[in-house]
Design a protein around this ligand. Structure first.
Ligand code: ZN
Length: 210
């Protein structure tokens, strides 16, 4: 920004105090009766910010907040409930990433949580899915025994893969069918549906609010 105050025309000093008639004089090439547009146009030339005090309505500097020197805050790990220091990216006890997934379904009424340690396998068979997941999905006829998996990559990206063997009733992200074996991106807020009825809302949870 050029701020050569010496180049500014002397008439500028009077402008803020000027009556409309003066402003009109400066812009007599336009049929400008009110002078408002003319005044606005004057601000094109640089150096105006050196004229502190003419405006008089500059906001004061933002006041410094109170300096908090209390003990570092912690929050409980979502996986093992150990204390995790505020700002840490992983739990010091179980190493699970603070950033994790919450999969919420109303049918069946379950909520799954998963971090960055490997994929979360979804299905009805305990040899594929974690026992708790398999048990939760056990009554869902549209869900295959080995249906799909969701993984949080080290870069934070989420990926859904239908089991390479395919499923009878399909896997869908926001209603779009996922080809078997394909790795498709999933985002916070997406709906992942296993078969016809079992739908999860995928939420990405960052550090809980202090
Ligand atoms: Zn933990």
């Amino acid at each position: 920004m050029v701020t050569d105050g010496g180049a500014r025309p002397p008439r500028y000093v009077d402008k803020s105090l000027a009556e409309d008639v003066f402003l009109d004089d400066e812009y007599d090439d336009e049929d400008d009766e009110d002078g408002e547009d003319g005044e606005y146009g004057e601000y094109d030339w640089s150096g105006e910010y050196d004229e502190g005090g003419e405006e008089g309505d500059e906001p004061p500097p933002w006041p410094a907040g109170p300096q908090v020197s209390a003990a570092p805050r912690t929050h409980p790990c979502w996986s093992c409930a150990a204390d995790v220091p505020s700002g840490a990216s992983a739990c010091p006890e179980c190493q699970e990433s603070v950033r994790h997934l919450r999969l919420i379904s109303t049918r069946p009424p379950v909520q799954l949580r998963h971090g960055g340690c490997g994929p979360l396998n979804l299905g009805r068979h305990p040899s594929w899915a974690a026992p708790a997941v398999a048990a939760a999905l056990d009554g869902e006829r549209g869900v295959s025994r080995r249906h799909a998996s969701i993984e949080m990559a080290p870069d934070g990206g989420l990926w859904l893969t239908e089991h390479p063997a395919g499923t009878v009733n399909g896997t869908f992200v926001n209603g779009e069918r996922v080809p078997p074996g394909d790795r498709v991106p999933v985002a916070d807020g997406d709906t992942v549906r296993l078969g016809t009825y079992c739908a999860f809302t995928v939420l990405v949870v960052e550090e809980p609010p202090a």
